[in-house]
Design a protein around this ligand. Sequence first.
Ligand SMILES: [Zn+2]
Length: 492
Amino acid sequence: MIRVYNTLARALEPLETRAPGRVGLYVCGMTVYDYCHIGHARAMMAFDVVVRHLRRRGYAVDFVRNHTDVDDKIINRAAQSGVHPLQLSAQFIDELHHDLDTLGILRPTVAPQVSEHIPEVVAMVQRLIDRDHAYLASNGDVYFSIESFPRYGALSGKKIDDLRAGERVAVEQSKRHPGDFALWKSAAPGELGWDAPFGRGRPGWHIECSAMAARHLGDQFDIHGGGIDLVFPHHENEIAQSECASGHAPFARYWMHNGHLTLDSEKMSKSLGNIKRIRDIVHEVPAEALRLLYVDTHYRSPLPFSTEKLSDALAALDRVYLAKETVEEAVSRAGAGAPADTLNEAGRDVHRLASSFSARFDEAMDDDFNSAAAIGYFFELVRAINRFGNDKKARARGGGALLPAAEAFRVVSEVFGVGAMSPTAYFDEAKVKRLRAQGKDAADIDALVAARGAARAARDWARADQLRAELDAQGIAVMDSPEGSTWRVRVD
Ligand SMILES: [Zn+2]
């Protein structure tokens, strides 16, 4: 049984979906006028992991995440660059797909955008006017009347009367109540707008999610998600619009919200301190390090981001791939391994932790997607595997202990998208990106390693040692094998 923390109930609740085995999930996406940064990625990651785990547990997930492509910020940015707003937003939808694909964030089942749902928006606004939940104001905007919906405030805990408290003298006088919000904003000739029975204009921000959720998931569905900053007013307004337009409640049964990402400025390195865009980070760090950083914190908790944390995640990811290498080596020699009862202590630890891993992982994730606990179990296993891998005798003899660990790696890559690469591909990528981050050139390192190889071949040990020390000082670890020497960039 999966339990979900429901913001609306302020409690953990068992997930009971409208249709057995099926989840309708709507997540508020991004306003597309700039590149994705680490704050956006947190929300996208949080729900990516939710979707992946629900699918692992056998649910068919209808996952809708919108793109807000009509918005004042887009219109202003487009005016500055002299392009049409929808051209600007189309460009940034492409950039968003590029960034999220790089992070391994699965694409939603449907990714609707408001410019393609204007008829649905207009119909919903008209229905709200017809049912006396909305009114056309003197300035040409259409507002939702929050006093027409007694349950207004149920999600955020705000009270309609309290929303008057901060009222200033000059607030928009065309509103009946200061908390009323725009469903439709009138557009002047030449401004981005669409014709409607209540005047030419464009959708207010909140109505798009109500209209697109209804179109793609129905008037009522299972889970609505988004960042904690969206609880009020965005999600509160979505509930009001949707329930008043359809006459059905609840609009969404469960409301899930991810915590804020903040910048921990004391732990930001100077060189990387300004890097907040996804593409800049994955230029210098494998994308899985960022995924690992995110899943290491429960989705509801605040996440203080720092470059120190990113380095820690990268070092941890190296340990994951070292362990995966050991596991793959053991699996390739399957059958030659010793039975579990003849193993040394590290081998017995691996066997015990790996055999129970899937059950413990699912238990943690079923408990409101507790990825922090689940990844903790995984690192217990990774540490045991690396202890085992460092013991050459055990490694040669006891490969059988590692067979259940292969399944643990499969589960973690399925749900977290961590450890999904081949170790060789990972270490190659990490090498290139670390050198790039340090402003070094792989060809220079290759040349030093080759020179050392030549010195060794010529039995010039002093020269070989000197070159090794030089590489070591540059943070390069050289591994010698009968096939030749390879190298990695150490993580310190
Ligand atoms: Zn929304």
